[in-house]
Design a binder for this molecule. Structure first.
Ligand SMILES: [Zn+2]
Length: 364
């Protein structure tokens, strides 16, 4: 068992564990099975660290008594071609995109970007679209792409007003949406967030104009061009020589634990970010770093790059600025601690969950 030492003081930083930004407490999906899309582990109210006895049991499904039945089936791997065809060759056409907008098949998703809320069916499995009715406006109506020749658009709006019925946040719905609608929702919220947050030219401050059906902005004053941005972040499953997995927690996570993650800084490679983050957060040196897979996480605009690595030792030196708890887990201990509620796992829509599941199933 690695010895836990808390000694290193470090001011803030950009490190995070996936999910550290948490779910949006302002919006709870309507019609989604209780607990299915939420992080039930957040706000567990525990300010305690490192003591199993002080961690509070939780259930995976609100209101269900007894030990939670954790679903360890493999979540989406994001490794197959997207069904959403992004039609880049047509995005600049002044006729083609408006024609798609007027197509009887066209589907429009209304997104409330402030809360990240979209209309969804009662089970949280399918998005609810509307047919475009107003005149096409390239500044507000963005073409996400086509699926089997059906065009999908997105625009900012108030789903509660224009599409009455159930709705939920995209972050939460990524647990329950089917594969295609998950991709559409994630692309939509990434694009909408970009337009909301970066509508001014970074060089001269002029309001930029939308081009390429929403996938580009151009400054009318200086001509600078802008494209939707993604921030790379690394997330790493750290194993020791006995194949134990290092899991940690942050102070406001309650009893939820996860693998470790952080943003790639300017001028460093993804592998260097892995080395740096882990040295900063738990004081471990790593070897045999391998790429695992990636996943978009547009809350607001991250791309999670998953890695697996071996720790050179087992002594953990916790950075209390971000990490409040870390320890090595065998598969048996993880199963036992999850079953009795001592710890809780990351949400099943996360690459953290994929990494933990792969390790648990002997696939790392
Ligand atoms: Zn400019």
């Amino acid at each position: 068992m690695g010895r836990v030492v808390r000694s290193r003081d470090r001011p803030g930083g950009r490190g995070l564990l996936l999910g550290a930004r948490g779910s949006d407490p302002r919006a709870v999906p309507v019609g989604v099975p209780a607990g299915a899309g939420t992080d039930p582990h957040r706000g567990a109210g525990s300010s305690s660290r490192g003591g199993a006895s002080s961690l509070r049991p939780v259930t995976d499904t609100a209101g269900t008594a007894g030990p939670p039945a954790y679903d360890w089936s493999a979540p989406p791997e994001w490794a197959t071609p997207s069904r959403l065809i992004r039609v880049e060759e047509h995005q600049t056409s002044n006729e083609w995109v408006p024609k798609l907008w007027q197509s009887p098949d066209a589907r429009l998703l209304i997104v409330d970007a402030t809360r990240g809320v979209v209309p969804v069916d009662e089970r949280g499995e399918r998005l609810r679209f509307v047919a475009p009715v107003e005149e096409y406006d390239s500044a507000r109506h963005y073409l996400l792409g086509t699926v089997d020749a059906v065009p999908y658009f997105v625009m900012l709006g108030d789903p509660d007003e224009s599409v009455p019925g159930p709705s939920g946040t995209v972050r939460q719905l990524t647990v329950s949406l089917d594969d295609l609608d998950r991709e559409i929702a994630i692309t939509a919220v990434a694009l909408i967030n970009w337009h909301r947050n970066e509508s001014f030219c970074g060089r001269c401050g002029t309001t930029s104009e939308v081009r390429k059906a929403g996938f580009m902005r151009v400054c009318p004053n200086c001509g600078n061009e802008y494209f939707p941005r993604t921030d790379p972040a690394v997330i790493v499953a750290i194993l020791d020589d006995e194949d134990r997995l290092l899991l940690g927690s942050q102070a406001d996570w309650g009893n939820r634990v996860s693998v470790f993650a952080g943003f790639v800084e300017a001028g460093e490679s993804a592998e260097q970010a892995v080395h740096r983050e882990i040295a900063e957060e738990v004081g471990l040196s790593l070897r045999d770093i391998r790429y695992y897979g990636s996943q978009p996480w547009p809350f607001p605009r991250s791309l999670m790059l998953g890695f697996v690595a071996r720790a050179a030792g087992t002594e953990i030196n916790i950075d209390n600025a971000e990490i409040s708890y870390a320890d090595w887990f065998t598969r048996d201990r993880l199963a036992r601690d999850m079953a009795d509620g001592t710890i809780a796992r990351p949400s099943s829509n996360s690459i953290a969950f994929r990494l933990i599941t792969a390790w648990r199933q002997g696939r790392l």
